[in-house]
Design a protein around this ligand. Structure first.
Ligand code: TYD
Ligand code: MG
Length: 452
């Protein structure tokens, strides 16, 4: 007997309701609840389950009986991408790449497909073959085994993939796929969930790794239900400012590796260029050293790199002073300003403060705190920080300078780039420095004494 089931889903958060309502109770958005039809045949499902049981398929096993298969990974020619994934693509895995429109998601995956020495099936439901070819011409790599397929029907994609047997299957994008098994609109929650679930099954059955591109909604999350992120093995986020050249590839979830790794790319006319040595490009190399800049020995993932923090402190023209940041969390800036005000006696309440990370990068490491404070002090007091000084420490709420992770790596990177002094917390234990002088600090006041 076939039964038709209707459900109502919020298109923003994926919450499910039995009846339509104007506002979603879960995420609070209005008019986001849409009716979707689920068609399931109970008999069919039973038959399938019974035949699976009879065929000896999917039986529980004792943990002692389970043999670990050799972990094999498909290495792409893109070192940044390999590192972010934890060494390459795991066969049968599902990777989801999210990012704003125009950030370079399609470029990244097409580039990987063209550089690799394997057979790739690149399915695009968004662009025509012509458009993809134009992009491929810009990228300047070629791979005759990279097959382009402009299609959005999941069943046709599976049929082709079974025939072609690619080493990697790329789908651009998951929101454009449709499957005949459900009757709702393209891009709807049910379509998204069903297509992803079917892709996961297909991947596991054939051991073909699948890489999906996903659109993001206005909050920066992958459009569709959060459940999508739970279903896949790896979630990558491509970030950066569209107006800047640098892009960061971050890992939000990884079943096969660390989530701390990042990959850095530069968008050039020939596609995305890997940035193997980020420090060299991220430090502004202006001849004339100006006040308001400080260099930070930062770590993102397992990789140390030096970045420049710029601050501008000026008297507020309007009643409410402005606080503006690019590349750093504004809450962190407010906290650091409160510490400066309370612990070091700085009166910044009537000042406009602008903070910027050069290159348009977004950084999250709290080890940047000391450099941020140094840049603000430098701009406020109009005091130049010598260009061969750098900073690596976290600042606590009582103004104490706290140790940061991977301090040895930070020191080595600063030394390699010719810095003469690095300011770190007194509580850091390190012996790696050879040429670089280490200045140990205990509090924010200590910093003021030592740089002025
Ligand atoms: P795209 O990969 O289409 O972004 P997404 O798939 O995330 O929407 O990237 C589009 C942008 O990249 C577009 O603004 C042009 C730029 N671009 C380059 O600068 N150089 C290149 O070689 C390519 C292919 C694109
Ligand atoms: Mg695209």
């Amino acid at each position: 007997m076939s039964k038709i089931k209707t459900t109502f889903h919020c298109q923003e958060c994926g919450a499910e309701y039995a009846k339509w309502q104007g506002q979603c109770n879960k995420c609070g958005s209005w008019n986001s609840i849409v009716e979707e039809i689920k068609q399931t045949s109970t008999e069919q499902i039973w038959d399938q389950t019974k035949s699976e049981l009879n065929s000896g398929h999917s039986q529980p096993k004792s943990i002692d009986e389970i043999q670990i298969k050799d972990e094999y990974r498909i290495e792409t020619k893109d070192k940044e991408f390999n590192r972010v994934l934890g060494g390459g693509i795991v066969p049968g895995s599902i990777t989801l790449l999210g990012g704003e429109p125009g950030i370079g998601k399609s470029t990244l995956f097409l580039q990987i497909s063209l550089k690799i020495n394997n057979r790739v099936l690149y399915v695009s439901g968004e662009e025509s073959e012509n458009q993809i070819k134009i992009r491929a011409n810009r990228i300047n790599y070629s791979n005759s085994e990279c097959l382009i397929y402009s299609e959005n029907k999941l069943e046709s994609i599976f049929a082709q993939a079974e025939k072609i047997k690619p080493n990697i299957l790329i789908i651009d994008s998951i929101q454009t796929l449709t499957t005949n098994t459900v009757d709702s609109l393209q891009g709807s929650i049910t379509q998204l969930k069903t297509c992803t679930a079917e892709l996961i099954n297909f991947g596991k059955k054939t051991s073909i790794p699948i890489m999906l591109i996903g659109h993001i909604n206005k909050d920066g999350n992958i459009a569709g239900p959060k459940v999508l992120e739970h279903m896949v093995d790896t979630v990558l986020q491509f970030e950066g400012d569209r107006n800047h050249l640098y892009r960061i590839l971050r890992v939000k979830k990884n079943r096969f590796g660390s989530t701390n790794e990042i990959g850095i790319y530069e968008m050039v006319t020939e596609g995305l260029k890997e940035i193997i040595n980020p420090s060299e490009i991220l430090i502004g190399n202006s001849e004339q050293k100006l006040s308001g800049t400080a260099i930070c020995a930062s770590v993102e993932g397992s990789r140390p790199f030096l970045i420049e923090v710029q601050a501008l402190v000026s008297t507020a023209v309007y009643g409410t002073p402005q606080r503006s940041t690019t590349g750093i969390n504004s809450k962190r800036l407010n906290m650091l300003l409160a510490v400066l005000e309370k612990r070091a006696g700085f009166h910044l309440a009537s000042k406009d403060i602008f903070l910027n990370i050069t290159g348009g990068l977004k950084v999250e490491d709290t080890g940047n705190d000391l450099a941020i404070i140094a840049a603000i002090l430098s701009s406020n007091n109009d005091l130049n920080i010598p260009e061969d000084y750098c900073f690596a420490a976290e600042v606590g709420l009582s103004g104490e300078i706290r140790p940061v992770s991977r301090v040895d790596q930070r020191i080595k990177e600063a030394e390699k780039l010719g810095f003469s002094k690095i300011f770190i917390s007194k509580y850091c234990d390190t012996t790696v420095a050879k040429k670089i002088q280490i200045v140990y600090l205990t509090s924010v006041e200590d910093l003021i004494d030592k740089i002025s």
